[in-house]
Design a protein around this ligand. Structure first.
Ligand SMILES: Cc1cc2nc3c(=O)[nH]c(=O)nc-3n(C[C@H](O)[C@H](O)[C@H](O)COP(=O)(O)OP(=O)(O)OC[C@H]3O[C@@H](n4cnc5c(N)ncnc54)[C@H](O)[C@@H]3O)c2cc1C
Length: 492
């Protein structure tokens, strides 16, 4: 089939009935549900863009194997040119959603592509696992499937491993093997956009201990597989708020969900790893499933940061506050942050290496530096936006107020900004800012930057320990190695 259109994506959504729980009820029809309607349209636009001559050469490439177009995020990178093609595609998608949708289809496309490109690793343990992931990659690529993923155990008792939790199947594990596949039971989180995707892939961060064998697994199933409950969090918008009042929350809500597997059958040909603690712990370090998606997230995060910084600048400019030195200092800092991330991205891409299996990988130290800095830089941007917007962020009439003929002249008199910024223009900027720095939508977007790929605290500690192991600290060693004499005290 090759690349899908938005209409084909929507048709696929209509064709199935996953068990999606929202506000205590099963959602009968996803697309009739106001919470999902607009976000589904935003995803559909991305599929349509693949057919738009303006974007097609960035978002798609011709697949050497099938001769059909495929999403660029399915391109296995072998050289610098491939890296930069992928980078451009990530950027086009991110710009379309202002970086606010983190789990657009390109994200998991890169995960499965890197797993398939590194199937040699799975083959070391089991020939079938490697064949299964290679076939799954082709299935996604050739049908342009939209995936969600759930890789984290729910927060139950974090001081204990999976096999030590109160219930054997609090965390997702294998119940039994059958001739047709494995039966899995338990929960995984935090499947963003699950209700709007076609299939889910499950795997895990490292951290398995002996005894955790039943939890050491990776597989994929359709989201409407029998026995899978998709339990959505509380929505951050009600699906009816106007685009004037909530320009971002009304469009880019990415619903997150807990996935509960109640004796779900996973066919053997969709099992990529099972019952092997060592393989599960080495999956991340060996296959590039940290680095390749980190390229997508780095580009997307850069666009989101740049967008938020530009909104902060507009807020300051609209009320003339950027005439003050301390405001200029803060905004200057934010702009420099975006330049740091942009430069790091270019460095990571430029300093690629080719693995012994022919995969082009970006510089992992630089990628991880981006990952480490964003959880500081993004919240800092939001803080500056809150500080400059101050009380004005709370003092905004609604669209309904603007539509009142009686109130409108008063609004026009009292809500305008500096010369040249009328009430409507200023309110549009402030409402944009409030969605980012005040609304639940914005707080989720902030939490996303902190946690979307693991705990930033432990990630930085891991980064330090790895850096220490791999770097000789040459400069410090050089001065320490210099012939130095501690002068004996003179005794005569
Ligand atoms: C908005 C959003 C969207 C997300 N989307 C997805 C998604 O689509 N798919 C997906 O799979 N995941 C997703 N994630 C989940 C993400 O992967 C996790 O949030 C992240 O890995 C952190 O895990 P946690 O939330 O369980 O926090 P925890 O690991 O429970 O950490 C909580 C706190 O306890 C501390 N802590 C816990 N355990 C330890 C330990 N062993 N040692 C030291 N300190 C510890 C941490 O430092 C932290 O301060 C998303 C998260 C967010 C916020």
């Amino acid at each position: 089939m090759g690349i899908r259109t938005g209409a084909q994506y929507i048709e696929a959504l209509k064709s199935r009935k996953p068990e999606v729980w929202l506000n205590g009820k099963i959602v009968e029809n996803i697309l009739d549900e106001p919470y999902f309607k607009q976000p589904a349209q935003e995803i559909a636009k991305l599929y349509d863009m693949q057919h738009d001559p303006v974007y097609q050469d960035d978002l798609t490439v011709v697949c050497e194997e099938t001769g059909e177009r495929m999403a660029t995020s399915f391109l296995m990178p072998h050289n610098y040119e491939d890296i930069m093609k992928r980078s451009k595609a990530f950027e086009v998608v991110a710009r379309q959603t202002f970086g606010l949708m983190g789990r657009t289809p390109d994200f998991l496309n890169t995960v499965v592509t890197s797993l398939a490109q590194n199937s040699w690793f799975l083959r070391k343990y089991n020939e079938d696992w490697a064949t299964n992931i290679e076939n799954y990659y082709k299935h996604l690529r050739d049908n342009d499937i939209f995936l969600t993923h759930a890789i984290v155990n729910p927060q139950n008792d974090r001081s204990k491993n999976s096999h030590e939790q109160a219930d054997k199947y609090t965390h997702l594990g294998v119940v039994e093997e059958r001739p047709e596949g494995i039966i899995v039971r338990g929960a995984k989180m935090l499947a963003t956009l699950a209700a709007l995707t076609d299939e889910v892939i499950v795997y895990s961060f490292p951290g398995f201990a002996p005894g955790d064998e039943r939890y050491a697994l990776a597989f994929a199933v359709p989201v409407d597989v029998k026995g899978l409950k998709i339990i959505c969090r509380e929505p951050v918008q009600d699906g009816t708020r106007s685009t004037f009042d909530h320009p971002l929350a009304s469009r880019y809500e990415e619903m997150d969900a807990l996935l509960v597997f109640e004796d779900v059958l996973v066919p053997w040909d969709k099992v990529f790893l099972y019952n092997n603690v060592e393989a599960a712990n080495l999956l991340y370090p060996m296959t590039g499933i940290a680095e390749q998606p980190a390229h997508q997230s780095g580009v997307r995060g850069y666009i989101k940061l740049k967008f938020a910084v530009e909104v902060a600048c507009k807020v300051a400019d609209s009320i003339g506050a950027d005439q003050y030195l301390h405001v200029q200092r803060d905004l200057g800092e934010l702009i420099q942050n975006t330049e740091v991330i942009r430069s790091l991205l270019r460095t990571a891409e430029h300093e690629y290496t080719i693995t012994e299996y022919g995969e082009a990988r970006l510089n992992p130290v630089v990628l991880e530096t981006i990952r480490g800095m964003m959880p500081d830089m993004y919240p800092r941007t939001i803080e500056v936006m809150q500080t400059i917007g101050a009380g004005g962020l709370l003092m905004m009439p609604t669209e309904a107020d603007f539509l009142s003929d009686e109130l409108r002249p008063t609004i026009d008199r009292h809500y305008g900004g500096r010369a040249g910024i009328d009430a409507e223009a200023r309110m549009k900027i402030f409402k944009l800012a409030w969605d980012l720095c005040g609304e639940a939508f914005g707080m989720r977007a902030l939490q996303y930057e902190r946690y979307y790929t693991g705990d930033p605290i432990r990630k930085r500690a891991i980064f330090y320990n790895k850096y220490k192991k791999e770097n000789a600290l040459d400069l410090a060693e050089a001065i320490l190695a210099k012939e130095d004499t501690i002068k004996e005290p003179q005794t005569n």
